[in-house]
Design a protein around this ligand. Sequence first.
Ligand code: NAP
Length: 282
Amino acid sequence: MNVFVIGVGLIGGSIAIDIKAVFDDVTVFGIDASEDNLETAISLGFIDKSSTFANLNEADIVVISVPVDITEIVLPQVLDKVSENCLVFDVGSTKERLCTIIEHHSNRACYLATHPIAGTEFSGPKAALANLFRGKVNIVCEIEKTGLQQRELALDLFNRLGMRICYMDAEAHDKHIAYVSHLSHISSFMLGKTVIEKEKNECNIFDMAGSGFASTVRLAKSSPTMWTPIFNQNKENIIDALDEYINNLTEFKKLMQSNRNTDIFNEMKNTNRIKDILKGIE
Ligand code: NAP
């Protein structure tokens, strides 16, 4: 089986590692804008050979794992090149615009829109991890528009990688993910910014990092190259989420200003429910 991975960074690399582990007769080809990343991926052993778009007609599976603004450009080009039995899936964090862009492509049936809810704050091939997806949710959108053969191949692959599948339409995906992922990243970036601006002496930040700051600000280490196009593509949903979040912050501030300690206690007590909601998730 020939698998082509376009974008051999954290997610593409992690998928390549697992694909090589779960299929016997597989060759994984890498395509990447960065020659350095390709060389690293080959030296790490999860990409067998570098390749180009010209060879995509030989692909059985194409994984697109580049930033979402690049995926918009690359996906139609990939669909132009692949054979009608090929499975093409992307792993991008936004889904609605992408699904609309290729809606009428003659090879639409080759494509499956997916978003694995797994990752870290690190980027590039050295960040790729084995078993990153085991036990994690993979959101699959508009599966009814994907060909039967491609669906079977994709579900078999995701099953072998240990993923749990969650079906959603692309619009609902973008709305929900704005709250649970995109807002968390903005919140972390802006918390990091606030503290950096206040604590000019970085020693103080590091000394006090154990207080909860380090875990809350972890996502602020994430790549702006990846996140800027995500925020742009999901702008409307994220702005709605930000409005609600800012409103909650403002209300909390008002409670503090008016010394309403019982209400402050209750706000936190009610939010402790998150322990039950997230039980089993690290
Ligand atoms: P990454 O580690 O930065 O890997 C992306 C790779 O794509 C890099 O090697 C990058 O090269 C390369 N690239 C950039 N532009 C390209 C182009 N025009 N053609 C070919 N290759 C190109 O990013 P990632 O974290 O794996 O994210 C990839 C996708 O996964 C994104 O769509 C993201 O939304 C999605 N995703 C990420 C996570 C997460 O936690 N990170 C989780 C779920 C889904 P350079 O380094 O030179 O730019």
